[in-house]
Every structure is written in C-alpha cells, then in structure tokens.
Design a protein around this ligand. Structure first.
Ligand SMILES: Nc1nc2c(c(=O)[nH]1)N[C@H]1C(S)=C(S)[C@@H](COP(=O)(O)O)O[C@H]1N2
Ligand SMILES: [Mo]
Length: 321
C-alpha cells in the first residue's frame, strides 16, 4: 500500500528480538503448553508473554476448505501488513512483541440491545473453534493460503442482539503508541477502523480469528482477535480488535478515508477492476518457491463467488469497488 521510509523514532536494533530467539522461545512455549494441557488448563488461558503461541484444544474442522497448498508458517508470520508496527513486511514480526494481549477486552456499542465491555475469555466461552483454511488476497496482488482458527462472526454478533437499525458493523484496532510504535507516525489516521455491511458480516464465511496453524495468533497476525473476510482484499481483515460498533450509517474506514480513489469501502477481490496503479488480474502466491514462480489468475471474490455473489446482486462493482 503506501510506502514510507523508516523513521528515527522507530525502535532501535537493540530492541529487536531476533528471529532465532523468537523461534527458540516459541518451541519452548509450545512445550510448556503441552504441560499446561496435561493439567487440563485450556491453552488460551495459560498466561503468556508476547510471542507465546499455545495450542488450542478441541478445534473442529470447518467448512469452505481448499486442497491448495498451505503457505508455510514462517511466511504467514514474517511477511505481514500491520502498519501499527511499521510499513515494511518484516516490521510486524520484528516489533509486535511490544503488544500486550492479556488481559484483552472488547467494547460493543451502538445499535445493539446488549452493549458493554466484554472480556475476551467471556466472548470465547462455549464458542466452538474451527479450522478455517482460507485464501488470503492482499490488495498489493500477493496471496497466501492460511489455516485460521476462528469462529463465526454472525454467531457472536447475534449474542449482542443487533437492533433493526443496525445496517453496518464497524471494528476498531487498539490505539496505544507505546505498544504500537508505528502509531507515533501519521502514516494512517489512527486507530485503524474497518467495517462491513451487516449482511456481509452475517455471511458464514466471515470469521473472527484467534489463531492460525492450530495455535494462538502471533501478535504480528493480529492477536488476540482479528477479522478474516476472505472474499475481500486483506486490508478489510482488521487486526487486534478492541471495539465493535453497530451503526445505521456507513462508517468511515481508514483506507477509504486515506485514499478513497484507491481503496474503496467494499474492497471485494475483483480481477476485472484494477487498482489505479496496478493490475488486479493476477497474484503472486507467497512461499511458492522463487519470485519467478508463475503468477496465478485472481478469481472473482477470491474464489468465493458461490458463497457471496448474491450479496452484491444489482450493484455496479466498478463504482462500488
Ligand atoms: N490494524 C490493522 N489491521 C490490518 C492491517 C493494518 O495495517 N493494521 N493491514 C491489513 C492488510 S493490508 C492485510 S493484507 C492483512 C494482513 O494480514 P496478515 O499479516 O495476517 O497476513 O491485515 C490487514 N489488517
Ligand atoms: Mo493488504
């Protein structure tokens, strides 16, 4: 998306956890989570420090699978967009260790009968977690196949009892420049905000993810709770959510506010509508070998046409891009 140079206020190299210790730490914590499992403590309740990845118990296979090759864990967790930690792909995995994901709560407000501040543990209680293997298509024309761990967004929203005026759902990321050093620069208007029309949010494909590859989300992937909307460009899938607001009016989303001619509200993956600065007809699959690996054709709605095309019946998708 926008490319900016690193700023002197960003963390110094001495503050960076190198990848080797990251992986050693991760292995160690995986081992400790096995021990935790033996004590019958749900994996995600085990107290964790930044970068800790613990295995989930009882993840059921979910619908909408694909037999495409999964993008390796290393690529999924080191090639990221999370501007709160910097604008280059390697920044999130290097700097997101400063994000504190416990305790975590989500404020629910607006057009609902049951607004309030909910602890993440309470939101997850009794909610069946599923593996959801989805294609993930960034607006920058690269893609991955990611095995998320998540649950239906519709099921969660229904719990708050949306009123008849609830036409849109707005999500907001944490604003905390101490923990998210990228927020000290005005790269984007902070905090990051995204939104869906209510019928999009209620579609069975839309999930909130708490993990990937059977483990808790690494911070760089949006821990502890992020949206995944696989028929839309990646920027709709907002990370580290602290607020969900139901509204009657269409919310002002971050990218639509920052560059409305480039990043529209709908952001449906569409090979026939190019970005003003590049083609969207094809994509590069990350982790598929070399940069010379052949590009693959981008599919309408990222290949989820059967599931979501009816949401846009009669709409001009060139205008509503
Ligand atoms: N809060 C927040 N959410 C965000 C972003 C961001 O910069 N900040 N980047 C978006 C973009 S452009 C993409 S492609 C996906 C990347 O998700 P991943 O790093 O888990 O693959 O996150 C999206 N969610
Ligand atoms: Mo993206």
């Amino acid at each position: 998306m926008l490319i900016r140079k690193r700023n002197p206020s960003d963390p110094k190299p001495s503050e960076i956890t190198d990848r080797k210790s990251f992986h050693e730490r991760r292995r160690f914590l995986q081992m400790s989570s096995v021990a935790a499992g033996a004590m019958l403590v749900p994996g995600w309740l085990v107290s964790e420090k930044a970068h800790a990845a613990t295995k989930f118990q009882d993840v059921k296979p979910g619908p909408f699978g694909t037999d495409e090759k999964l993008t390796p864990y290393k690529d999924v967790t080191t090639y990221n967009n999370f501007y709160e930690f910097g604008t280059s792909k390697s920044d999130p995995s290097r700097y997101a260790g400063s994000l504190k994901t416990q305790p975590w709560s989500v404020v629910v407000e607006g057009e609902v009968a049951k607004p309030g501040r909910y602890q993440l543990e309470d939101l997850l209680k009794g909610r069946g977690l599923q593996d959801r293997i989805y294609r993930h298509r960034c607006v920058e024309a690269w893609s991955m196949v990611i095995p998320w761990v998540g649950f239906s967004l519709a099921d969660l929203l229904k719990r708050f009892e949306p009123t008849s005026k609830a036409k849109y759902v707005e999500f907001t990321t944490l604003y905390n420049p101490k923990q998210m050093p990228g927020q000290r620069r005005a790269v984007l208007p902070w905090p990051y905000v995204e939104a869906l029309r209510i019928d999009e949010a209620m579609n069975p494909l839309a999930i909130l993810a708490v993990g990937l590859y059977g483990e808790t989300l690494p911070n760089q992937n949006g821990a502890p709770l992020r949206l995944v909307v696989p028929w839309k460009y990646g920027f709709k899938s907002i990370k580290s959510i602290v607020k969900i607001r139901l509204t009657e009016q269409q919310p002002r989303t971050t990218w639509d506010a920052a560059a409305p001619n480039e990043y529209g509200f709908y952001a449906n993956v569409n090979p026939h509508v190019d970005h003003p600065r590049w083609s969207q007809a094809s994509e590069r699959r990350i982790g598929s070998g070399s940069i010379f690996a052949p590009r693959i054709k981008t599919r309408m709605f990222n290949g989820y046409e059967k599931e979501v095309a009816q949401l846009y019946a009669g709409m001009d998708l060139r205008k509503n891009f």
